[in-house]
Design a protein around this ligand. Structure first.
Ligand SMILES: Nc1ncnc2c1ncn2[C@@H]1O[C@H](COP(=O)(O)OP(=O)(O)O)[C@@H](O)[C@H]1O
Ligand SMILES: [Mg+2]
Length: 348
């Protein structure tokens, strides 16, 4: 388990102070894929760099797995160099730009962190091949990073990060420089490693689609603070803060409706007596046969403009934008039904 309590980090620049991490409190359980999302400058990288003390926080308490609790006061951490090294060995990290050694082969890049582990040459060799198999890159053993695609470079970086069998992997925008296909393949690999190795992953991103794809929990950061936190499903189905709603909308095909309204598209234009609505249904009501119920039992027409069902953390989350039309009392009946069935309604 990872516990972060009251964590603060301020950078002191000539131009003034920048409070990058402010009073962050998080608990991350073993085996979770925990997402941290925020716009550029929100403090995400500072937060993860504080976790392995690449950056020394100003204050706070950190408990990383079975390491002793670290108390940080006035920018000083309560642990010896030996304890720090032990803790760092239990944490792997990957980055947006891979940070590989360009003049070393794939083999040497992965072997690098094993150099000072006290292992023999033969043991290192065996471990590197094991890691190459794990990330499916055995055929690239002797090539240089410049000869690899972005996705392959990230696979090398992942193998290197896992060399010392860490229980925690920090991923700082690891897919942000990759095309959608390579992103998908790296996310699949992370998911597989999470399951196979019981690896806890803290995954930083500015893309809600990444969170939706592999995280179970998410924290939303803004201006150094964690402003919202919880199960990914709950955050997607009921985002509370404006910034969270913005992120959720950014990952929803239904949000196209706003552009269509702005452009006065005839698909969303309503006549008198018609209503343009967004209906959302979560795992508690997704089985409801919404369309047939409102048309049959309430006697209204429901004209679908956009529709989508996502599977988030294994559960369905659906929505549609539709034009409703019918007699006012029938529309009233439909809205009562939506309410009873816990279907979210937004009128435009
Ligand atoms: N090493 C640094 N020195 C000074 N300021 C920094 C440093 N790293 C980050 N910052 C500042 O801290 C804030 C948070 O940055 P960062 O943690 O990189 O955010 P994110 O990863 O969410 O983009 C930003 O205002 C950034 O300019
Ligand atoms: Mg960053």
């Amino acid at each position: 388990m990872i516990e972060i309590k009251g964590l603060n980090k301020t950078y002191h620049l000539k131009t003034g102070d920048v409070a990058a991490v402010r009073d962050v409190n998080l608990t991350i359980h073993d085996g979770e894929i925990y997402g941290v999302i925020g716009y550029s400058g929100a403090g995400k990288s500072s937060l993860v760099r504080c976790l392995n003390l690449l950056e020394t926080p100003d204050s706070g308490v950190l408990k990383i797995n079975d390491n002793p609790e670290i108390v940080i006061r006035d920018g000083k951490a309560s642990l010896s160099e030996k304890e720090l090294n032990r803790m760092r060995r239990g944490i792997g990290m990957i980055f947006q730009h891979f940070n590989l050694l360009d003049r070393s082969t794939v083999f040497d890049n992965i072997a690098y962190p094993l150099k000072y582990s006290g292992k023999s040459k033969a043991e290192i060799r065996a471990r590197v091949f094991e890691l190459l198999d794990l990330v499916d890159l055995r055929d690239k053993t002797d090539v240089y990073p410049s000869q690899l695609s972005g996705g392959q470079k990230q696979r090398v970086a992942i193998a290197r990060a896992l060399a010392n069998n860490p229980s925690l992997l920090l991923s700082d925008e690891a897919t942000s420089a990759l095309d959608p296909e390579a992103t998908e393949s790296i996310l699949n690999l992370l998911r597989r490693l999470n399951q196979k190795l019981s690896l806890t992953i803290i995954l930083i991103t500015h893309e809600m689609a990444v969170i939706k794809s592999i995280c179970q929990k998410v924290a939303v950061m803004e201006d150094g603070y964690v402003v919202e936190e919880g199960d990914v499903y709950d955050i997607f189905s009921h985002p509370q803060k404006p910034i969270t709603q913005k992120f959720v909308n950014s990952a929803s095909p239904l949000s196209r409706v706003h552009k269509m309204i702005e452009a006065d598209s005839e698909l969303v234009r309503t006549k008198p007596g018609e209503l343009l609505v967004k209906l959302t249904f979560d795992r508690d009501c997704v089985g409801e046969s919404v369309i047939s119920t409102v048309s049959r039992d309430c006697g209204i027409n429901l004209n679908i403009v956009l529709a989508n069902v996502d599977i988030i953390d294994g559960a369905p989350l659906g929505g549609m934008v539709a034009i409703l039309s019918g007699e006012p009392e029938n529309l009233e009946k439909a809205f009562e039904y939506f309410d009873r069935a816990h279907i979210g309604v937004r009128r435009y």
